[in-house]
Design a protein around this ligand. Structure first.
Ligand SMILES: NC(=O)c1ccc[n+]([C@@H]2O[C@H](COP(=O)([O-])OP(=O)(O)OC[C@H]3O[C@@H](n4cnc5c(N)ncnc54)[C@H](OP(=O)(O)O)[C@@H]3O)[C@@H](O)[C@H]2O)c1
Length: 261
């Protein structure tokens, strides 16, 4: 049975996915921002019959992301970059001085994936799933950190498109290694913390998002399926910038520089 690392496993979609996979017999490497948060949110799973192990790190700190990768096991079949923050609130910065949504929603996953890719390749066939969103905004390479006229929705949407661009790049880079990479919009306005905090009325259930995400993580029918973006359970077209190889190269080169802190 698979070993699956899920970031942001303490709430919402990540917690639901961890619960389902543990119930199905997977080894779940459940990530929390801190030991305290993990023990509180995951008590039932950690004490339950499934094989669930806690790993910790604040994704707003690239040093923590490196420490998180060190806690991951040598054997890893699936990485789910799920953790994220929504669009409520003003402009904030990560510990490394980067715009917070870009840092947590995208850059942390970029670094974590690059630190774990050899472990995934060693377990091929393996999968990387980026939990993105239908809310996407093109990256303005002249103001990636959104210093000029900050808007939380745009910050969130930019970070989500960056995750999709990252998944497309990974699919190209890792195809010969037997590692697939996909991205998805799980469901629209599930009743989770990030939605309720923004004052939005939920429009779907966590179960819908769970079903869409579970398929990409574990459905044998999708074995070998790579380089695609899904809206729920349907393959869909992402923002045009995701298909622009020059924009993807710029984002990749920028990200490589930004994580060298
Ligand atoms: N909800 C929706 O309708 C919707 C729609 C489209 C896409 N999505 C995407 O689905 C994913 C899951 O979202 P959700 O709705 O389940 O949200 P959620 O309930 O707010 O859960 C977010 C998770 O990310 C973790 N997290 C946030 N910041 C972190 C940090 N700095 N360090 C470590 N962990 C951090 C949270 O930890 P804590 O529990 O400690 O806060 C939590 O476990 C996100 O990527 C989101 O963008 C959601």
């Amino acid at each position: 049975m698979s070993t699956v690392l899920i970031t942001g496993a303490t709430d919402g979609l990540g917690l639901a996915l961890a619960t389902r996979l543990a119930g199905e017999g997977a080894t779940v490497i459940a990530h929390a921002r801190s030991e305290e948060r993990g023990r509180e949110a995951l008590a039932e799973l950690l004490d339950g019959p499934g094989d669930v192990r806690l790993v910790v790190g604040d994704l707003a700190s690239l040093r923590d992301v490196r420490a998180l990768a060190d806690q991951a096991p040598d054997r890893l079949d699936v990485l789910v970059n799920n953790a994220g923050i929504g669009f409520a609130g003003g402009r904030e910065q990560s510990s490394d001085g980067y715009e917070l949504r870009f840092a947590v929603n995208y850059l942390a996953g970029f670094l974590l994936t690059s630190l774990l890719r050899d472990r995934l390749a060693a377990c091929a066939p393996a999968r990387i799933v980026n939990v993105a969103s239908a809310g996407q905004a093109p990256i303005d390479f002249d103001d990636v950190m959104l210093e000029d006229g900050y808007d939380g929705v745009r910050a969130y949407c930019q970070s989500k498109l960056a995750q999709i661009m990252h998944a497309f790049d990974l699919a190209d880079e890792l195809s010969d290694a037997g590692v697939t990479a996909t991205a998805l919009h799980p469901a629209t306005y599930m009743p989770t913390k990030m939605v309720t905090r923004a004052g939005i009325t939920p429009a779907s259930t966590v179960e819908q998002g769970l079903e869409a995400t579970w398929r990409l993580v574990a459905d044998p029918a999708l074995e070998g399926f790579t380089g695609a973006y899904f809206n729920g359970t349907s393959e869909a077209r992402a923002d045009a910038q995701a298909y622009d190889v020059d924009a993807r190269r710029r984002l990749r080169e920028l990200s490589e520089r930004l994580v060298e802190v």
